[in-house]
Design a protein. Sequence first.
Length: 329
Amino acid sequence: MQMHSNTSQSRNDFRPRMIVWQLTGKGALDNLHDKLLNQHECLCIIDSIARLSKPIIVLNGDSLIDRPDLHEIIEYGNELDLKMIAEVHPEEITEDLLVKFKSFGPKTFRLVLNNHIVEDIESRYQVTPAFQSLERAVDLLRANQYELHFSYLVTKPNLRNLAFNIDYAFRKNGRGLYCHLRFEKSVQEVTVLDDEIQSLDEFITKISDLKFSLPNNMYLSPQCVRYLPFPVEEQSDFDFSDLRHPRWIHHCLAGKTYAFIDEVGKVFICSGMCKECGDLREENYDFKSIWINSEIMQLLRDHPRSCVQTRLLLKKNRGIPVQQLDILE
């Protein structure tokens, strides 16, 4: 399926609107302490980002609140008119933390739902210690006048698991659930099962279908794609009574309005594709230079593509045979 765009953009028109920054690593903070970007480095990067655009910066990573400079990093970004968000695990929420960050506004924190919601036939959710920690964190956020925002890392195309997390966010009157697509390497872009083609694009489209069951003021979307109505000029070719036919299409935003930074300063097109675009330490912390000059980002700006089309394009550019491209033409 080819993507279409009703507007033309030059490469100079592209500006980041969303940057996800894994400020700490996946392991224990102590193991990466000598490699992590220090406070001065982080502030230099934030300054460069602010000179280019005013995006939302989402900070995440294990033991994020254990960084003693997290408050200063968020404060500096806010002073430069950037929207700074911290995604934290429910177990990390404390009264003291919420009081300390209260001046940054009610949208500062998002609760990570992964591994906290488990389906139960009788009680809907299993009352595990992790679930109890989540409930406690929700109560603390409400008591301190924070809005409820949640995040969810999608590693497999399991719509039921995602739906149960959405259900929890809805029942708690959450303002939004923000999905990060970081599929495991074993997940194929396109599979054929019983002569039926299934793709990650189909799964991403189904996420948009879940929007119809939510109130208008609740946000739900992957952070790295944009949903658009299916092109009017092509609707005549489809029978929309057949649920397999899409009402929405999505555009991959990697390199166009979205980027990912890891804990040691390497810039990627997104969190799910290990395609490095530059090293901020080697570029004197100049994010703007990497954003403008990265060849892979420029390649992605040439044409609107879906998530699967982007993934297969990158594999093809690495010399990996990609038969699935023929399926999507």
